[in-house]
Ligand binder design. Structure first.
Ligand SMILES: [Zn+2]
Length: 427
């Protein structure tokens, strides 16, 4: 964190050497893959190029980046299909090994194996952790109704924004740094998990362990509004409230039953009163189930509740209040399961310092990089939650994550790649 950027503005006048000819061959002869390679390595003693030259480097490769993203999107990788998602993991391992990474697989039984790729660096310092996920929310076969295609400068497809474009940015930023410096200026760890969209249960411990060894964590989840990076995310939790009532015939014995549905309805009202939107705390009873037939007083009913918190200290209070719910009807019994899965990513000093560095890099490109606080969680919540400086939302710019219109804006790719490359140097 304290190592000064080698690209402070004072030295800008030194950056006079053209980085690579814009039409330099972009991949190894005879290869049909669109992976970048490090063939363009330069000697270390040469001065670094101007930022505009570096931007040109990525602009010259924009089409190649798009092709790589297409390759990623066209391998479907739903969180709940190990076989399919493992294919994606294997393809990614090959892609990162093509730029001299050492891939290591973390086996998971219920999900695809997560993928760690290590890159050594010139300086023997703590690595930067580039964090992402290759699972998507789309079931196998989605490509037939939602094919990967480009229209009006946008690339559409399942997972293109969340977050296969982010993975491609990692690949190209690493290749660029190798080309510019001859080798990576510092060690980099890439960790791509297979189960982020379903709670990261198989990968969380590894994410946290890798983060503890790292100087900072850069998360390649989609950008926020207007391309903003994400400096705060809410914590996320799930609870299930079960009500057990007493069944009875609705016609013959209406007085003998104690309706779990009626009790549930009253509990939902009580739970909803826990909302405190001004303090960033929200509680949403999102799914209800209960009863068997209209002529039976319901014996069971259930509500699934999504909770969001802006501050870590809200977790315990909310949890206590939910567990303290008492039945209105004494003949009904309540039980509650669940908890907070991801603690909030709060905008602490470490996060703010990373954002400041990102802003400085963006400024070299005449780009006023904004920051955003969002309600959705990511694995960045885990790493920020254990106190490792984390900057999120460094990935693709677009709209429609998890929806049929999911897309990225292609022209944003070069400067996002450069921002990431600059951050790997600057952290
Ligand atoms: Zn995501």
């Amino acid at each position: 964190m304290t190592r000064p950027s080698m690209f402070v503005s004072k030295r800008l006048e030194d950056y006079t050497v053209r980085l690579v000819p814009p039409l330099h061959p972009l991949h190894r002869a005879g290869e049909h893959s669109h992976m970048p390679t490090k063939k363009t390595a330069r000697k270390l003693d040469q001065p670094n190029p101007l930022w505009s030259e570096r931007l040109l480097y990525f602009e010259a490769r924009q089409e190649q980046i798009v092709q790589t993203i297409r390759e990623f999107v066209e391998i479907e990788s739903p969180s709940d299909n190990k076989l399919a998602a493992d294919r994606m993991g294997a393809f990614l391992a090959g892609s990162f090994e093509a730029v001299d990474g050492h891939a290591r697989v973390h086996h998971a039984d219920d999900y695809a194996d997560s993928l760690e790729i290590n890159f050594s660096g010139r300086e023997n310092i703590k690595p930067v952790l580039l964090l992402g996920h290759f699972d998507t929310v789309y079931p196998l076969g989605t490509l037939t109704t939602m094919p990967c295609h480009v229209a009006d400068g946008r690339m559409h497809g399942p997972g293109v924004l969340d977050m296969k474009s982010g993975i491609a940015l990692m690949l190209y930023a690493i290749a660029a740094l190798q080309a510019w410096h001859g080798s990576l200026p510092r060690p980099v760890t890439v960790f791509l998990v297979s189960d982020e969209e379903v709670g990261s249960y198989s990968s969380r411990k590894i994410t946290e362990a890798l983060a503890r060894e790292s100087a900072a964590v850069l998360v390649l989840e989609p950008a926020g509004p207007r391309g903003a990076v994400k400096t705060a995310r809410k914590g996320v939790g799930d609870y299930t409230l079960n009500v057990k009532g007493v069944a009875a015939h609705a016609g013959l014995d209406p007085g003998k039953g104690h309706s779990a549905i009626l009790e549930l309805a009253r509990q939902i009202t009580a739970v909803s009163k826990l909302n405190d939107l001004q303090r960033g705390l929200s509680v949403n009873p999102g799914v209800i189930r209960g009863g068997t037939r209209t002529n039976v007083i319901a014996a069971e009913a259930t509500v699934e509740i999504d909770v969001r918190i802006a501050h870590a200290k809200q977790a315990a209070t909310l949890d206590r209040k939910l567990r303290a719910l008492k039945p209105f009807d004494k003949h009904c019994k309540l039980s509650i399961e669940g908890g907070i899965n991801r603690m909030p990513m709060e905008r602490n000093a470490g996060v703010a310092a990373l954002y400041k560095k990102a802003q400085a890099i963006a400024k070299h490109m005449d780009w006023k990089l904004e920051e955003a606080a969002v309600g959705g969680g990511s694995d960045g919540n885990f790493t920020a939650g254990i106190g490792i400086p984390t900057l999120d939302g460094l990935g693709g710019v677009g709209q429609g994550a998890h929806a049929v219109h999911e897309h990225i804006v292609i022209s944003e790719l070069p400067r996002r790649a450069l921002l990431l490359a600059g951050m790997i140097e600057a952290v």
